[in-house]
Design a binder for this molecule. Sequence first.
Ligand SMILES: [Zn+2]
Length: 173
Amino acid sequence: MREALAEAQRAWDLGEVPVGAVVVKDGVVIARGFNQPIAGHDPTAHAEIVAMRAAAQALGNYRLPGCELYVTLEPCVMCSGAMMHARLAKLVYGARDPKTGAAGSVVDLFASEQLNHHTAAAGGLLEEECGNLLKAFFASRRAAARAARVARDNEAERAAIVAARLAGGDTGG
Ligand SMILES: [Zn+2]
C-alpha cells in the first residue's frame, strides 16, 4: 500500500485527484498506476484501470489470476467490474469512499455471488494515511480557489478606484 501511496502522490503532482494503485503477483509489484483522467481526456483512467492495463501487458494475459491489487481508495463500480473481468484474486483498498465506493460503501459488488466468483476484497489498510492524502488535496484546492477569488476581488477594486479617479479628472498623479 505504501507503493500505491507513492503513485497517488504522482497523481497529485499532476493536479489529478491523488489515487494510486499497484498490482502484485507472487509478492512482486508487476504494475503501477495513478489516477489521470483529466490529463488523458479519459474518463476510465482511474488508478486501478491504469495499473491493471499495465499488469495485463506485463503478463501477456487479458486476465490477472493470482494477482492482488492494492489501491489507496475504495474502487468505483467501473473499476470493480474490471477487476472481476480480470479475475483478479484479491483487492485491498485503503480509504473508504462513501460517495462512489463499490466494495461496501455504496454497493458491494464483491459480495454478489451472481457477479463475482473470483475476487476477494478487503478494506481499511492504511486507511487514515490514504484518506488524509485526499483530504489534504481537496483542502489545498479549496485554498487555491479562495486565493484566486481574493486576487480577482482586489483587481476589481483597483479598477474601480482608477475609474472613479478618471471620472473625477483625477489621474492619480
Ligand atoms: Zn474507478
